[in-house]
Design a protein around this ligand. Structure first.
Ligand code: KPL
Length: 316
């Protein structure tokens, strides 16, 4: 993808009047985002490819209704700003459905995990840059079906490439969320999150354990150490890890901060949904295959083989 880590348009939106954000993907994160943006007075519409519906977000024990509109009901070329809150594997299906509704200068933004979305844009025939958000927000559905925001976390938004000042589409709307910040070095944040997700997500999904369980003395910790050094060595060879601090230290920090969380990949496995493995270990292994003498990746390969899934479209 032209701008995945190397650069893209800073401000493809040139609207005289900023239009609403259309949030496509009425899963947990998309619904929470629609709720939070509306509370800040930011015009937005939550869309699903499945049709109109209603979601309930639980805040301090009180339920709030969030309306979901049908993507199909939106007029052609009506979407000027699209936040794709589907999982990585559903981005191409979402873009194919949304493509005819997009204005020619639309802003596309996704907080999905992983790398390797170039083919999604190509498959959908969308010739617009896909801007990236890197988020540590976490939400889940409780037993009654309410959506609960587990952690606001922090979300960084930026345009990869040379340091860009905050884009207008960020300043006039998304910046109203206090935990959303513009990051002129977004490529570094994307790389770091990719590396962390390449360790925590497949390991927790395969072992069916909480993030914090990877820190327990014993097999979990040994695997975390092995996978962190394998992922780091390969990313260094690929020029995707430039930090002096070892990856393992970042991974341990995230495991401590999210100790009681189920990783998103474990949630997908438990719910029988497709995982993001192709955009994490799969993408790492595909890029590694282009290296002349790649470092070892036996554990990544084993986890990839165990977790690879077919991609099925659907809301995350
Ligand atoms: O991003 C995450 C995920 O689950 O996808 C981490 C950081 C591992 C937190 O659970």
């Amino acid at each position: 993808m032209a701008n995945e880590l190397t650069g893209g348009n800073e401000d493809s939106g040139t609207e005289a009047q900023p239009g609403p954000w259309f949030i496509l993907g009425a899963g947990c994160l998309g619904t929470v985002l629609a709720f939070r943006l509306s509370r800040q007075g930011v015009p937005c519409k939550l869309l699903s490819h499945r049709g109109a519906d209603e979601r309930s977000v639980l805040v301090d024990g009180d339920p709030y209704g969030v309306r979901v509109e049908a993507l199909a009901a939106q007029a052609p070329q009506s979407i000027g700003r699209l936040l794709l809150t589907t999982k990585a594997g559903q981005i191409d299906a979402a873009l194919q459905l949304a493509g005819p509704k997009l204005q020619s200068d639309a802003v596309l933004l996704t907080p999905a995990n992983g790398l390797g979305f170039a083919t999604s844009l190509e498959t959908a025939g969308v010739e617009l840059p896909l801007q990236r958000a890197v988020s540590t927000a976490a939400a889940y559905r409780d037993e009654a079906g309410n959506i609960v925001l587990a952690a606001i976390g922090d979300t960084r938004v930026g345009v990869p490439g040379a340091a860009h000042p905050p884009a207008r589409w960020f300043l006039d709307s998304l910046s109203r969320l206090p935990d959303w910040q513009w990051d002129p070095q977004i490529a570094t944040a994307i790389e770091r999150k990719f590396a962390i997700n390449c360790v925590i997500n497949p390991l927790t999904a395969q072992r069916r354990c909480l993030n914090g369980d990877l820190l327990d003395q014993g097999e979990g910790e040994a695997l975390l150490e092995q996978l962190s050094s394998e992922v780091e060595a390969n990313l260094r060879s690929l020029g995707l890890w430039r930090e002096a601090t070892p990856l393992q230290q970042y991974v341990q920090k995230v495991c401590r901060a999210t100790a009681v969380n189920r990783s998103s990949m474990l949630q997908d496995v438990l719910a029988g949904r497709p995982t993001e493995i192709e955009y994490l270990s799969g993408e790492l292994l595909r890029r590694r295959a282009c290296l002349n003498s790649p470092p070892a990746a036996a554990l990544s390969e084993a986890l990839y083989e165990q977790l690879r899934e077919r991609a099925n479209p659907g809301d995350s």
